[in-house]
Design a protein around this ligand. Structure first.
Ligand SMILES: [Fe+2]
Ligand SMILES: [Fe+2]
Length: 286
């Protein structure tokens, strides 16, 4: 059973006058990644082929993630009636695929795989909380709240299975830390950048990783507040077996907040530069 159904959302309350144009492209991009969950289910059920409990949980998880994609995509079409969610998603599928032929986890162990999943759910749980709090548009607020609650449940799901495997595999702290940091570092890989491209750029425009990462991150980072980072840091700490609340987690949260602000400013400068160049080009052409 899903915790909610897409038809329960008050779609008729959509209010175009309360749209933030910076949020729309982010929601469209997120719809791509979420809607693509079926491939992760295939991958996870292969990696955990002899674990029927986990495989069943992964199937169910995939159904919820797919619904996230459908809800975000539907909202994207309300916000921009000219946008074709299905066509954008087809472009995403055509250009981005995860590795499916794995017999074992690409993270080196099952514990590692589940820690990586915890990192992803920490990220999505914080992100939708931040977006939901930032937007004034009532339907997006509702969608983000429902999704954020699912993402937190997903975190707990993967965390519980991770504890089970940790007892068996005994993965060292250093290895757990390495997997966690590695997965966080992948935020700037192609998955999100290409999703931004497929969802927002013209079909005949060639994909450029740098440009799309800047476009995505330059907007996304600005919606976070310190409390989101603080909570996310607690979840990261918990996943690798450290005290989720305390002096160390507090220091780490403050340090990553500063780093995030620095990166936000850098991305914004790059975004402004691109906007300037485009304006100059248009002025010259006129
Ligand atoms: Fe999701
Ligand atoms: Fe999730």
């Amino acid at each position: 059973m899903k915790h909610w159904h897409i038809e329960e959302i008050s779609w008729d309350k959509f209010d175009a006058s309360r749209l933030d144009p910076e949020i729309v492209p982010l929601v469209k991009a997120a719809a791509m990644v979420e809607r693509n969950a079926a491939d992760y289910v295939t991958y996870l059920t292969r990696v955990f082929a002899d674990d029927p409990d986990f495989s069943a949980a992964a199937e169910h998880w995939g159904v919820e993630e797919t619904q996230h994609g459908d809800a975000l995509g539907r909202w994207g079409m309300l916000a921009d009636p000219g946008w074709d969610f299905a066509a954008a998603f087809a472009r995403y599928r055509a250009g981005y695929r995860i590795q499916l032929d794995a017999e074992a986890s690409i993270r080196g162990s099952r514990t590692g795989e589940l820690i990586a999943r915890c990192m992803v759910e920490t990220g999505t749980s914080s992100y939708y909380t931040a977006l939901g709090e930032a937007t004034e548009e009532p339907v997006l607020k509702q969608v983000c709240r429902l999704i954020a609650a699912d993402e937190y449940r997903h975190f707990k799901l993967f965390y519980d299975h991770m504890r089970r495997y940790l007892a068996r595999e005994n993965l060292s702290f250093v290895k757990r830390l390495r997997v966690a940091l590695g997965r966080i570092g992948e935020t700037e890989d192609d998955e999100l950048a290409f999703a931004f491209h497929s969802a927002n750029e013209p079909a005949d425009m060639p994909y450029d990783h740098e440009r799309c990462t800047t476009a995505y991150m330059g907007r996304a980072i600005g919606f976070y507040q310190f409390r989101h980072i603080e909570r996310g840091m607690g979840m990261i700490f918990k996943s690798i077996g450290l005290q989720p609340r305390g002096r160390v987690s507090d220091m780490a949260a403050k340090a990553s907040w500063r780093l995030l602000q620095w990166r936000r400013d850098r991305y914004r400068l790059a975004l402004a530069k691109v906007a300037n160049e485009n304006a100059t080009r248009l002025a010259r052409a006129a």
